[in-house]
Design a protein around this ligand. Structure first.
Ligand SMILES: Cc1cc2nc3c(=O)[nH]c(=O)nc-3n(C[C@H](O)[C@H](O)[C@H](O)COP(=O)(O)O)c2cc1C
Length: 175
């Protein structure tokens, strides 16, 4: 079975979580992890599972304006943040806009700051909604992985992502 993890990432945190999810899925799937800018429709055409995630920006999924703000914020010398090569986009919203319908199993994730989703927002909710709109069969609750106020992954989040994905894989193979 074949799984594809599609991620969007400005500072690399969601990218790292995507790689960890890929490692967790390898328990049951042959896995490909791709940036949203490389996820042409043919990349997911023969997938048995698609896992999609991005950073939470202004309470939801990124937009061109928030990606630009993220790149500008990284220009400040204090933070020491490095920007991913394709950070300015296109992002997940654009990707969904160019996508047809896929009756394929799927799940969503995001990265966000600590705190209740009512306060921080949560990109994975929007990703889940768009997955459903495109005919995907969403098989798991959306999951969030946490970053610090300095936009660094919290310790253990990559381990948690690997475990989450391994459980997702086990649930699919046993059903
Ligand atoms: C423009 C901008 C807006 C953000 N808005 C939120 C927000 O509303 N809620 C939140 O939890 N985190 C917010 N963040 C923090 C991001 O969620 C965090 O930078 C992201 O998860 C890091 O992932 P990445 O390294 O893959 O880009 C924001 C970050 C930026 C740059």
């Amino acid at each position: 079975m074949h799984a594809v993890v599609v991620y969007e990432s400005m500072y690399g945190n969601t990218h790292r979580i995507a790689e960890a999810i890929g490692a967790g899925l390898e328990t049951a799937f042959d896995v490909r992890v791709v940036s949203v800018t490389q996820a042409m429709p043919e990349v997911i055409a023969d997938a048995d599972l698609v896992v999609v995630g991005g950073p939470t920006h202004v309470h939801g999924m990124s937009r061109a304006s928030t990606r630009k703000a993220a790149v500008q914020a990284a220009d400040k010398p204090v933070g020491g943040l490095k920007v991913e090569p394709d950070a300015l986009g296109p992002g997940l919203r654009d990707w969904f806009g160019s996508l047809g319908d896929y009756p394929v199993r799927a799940a969503a994730f995001d990265t966000k700051m600590h705190g209740p989703a009512m306060v921080t927002g949560r990109a994975a909710r929007g990703v889940t909604r768009l997955l459903r709109q495109h005919g995907f069969n969403v098989v798991a609750e959306p999951e969030s992985f946490l970053v610090t106020k300095q936009d660094r992954l919290e310790p253990q989040e990559e381990d948690r992502a690997r475990d989450w994905a391994a459980k997702l894989a086990a649930g699919i193979t046993s059903s």
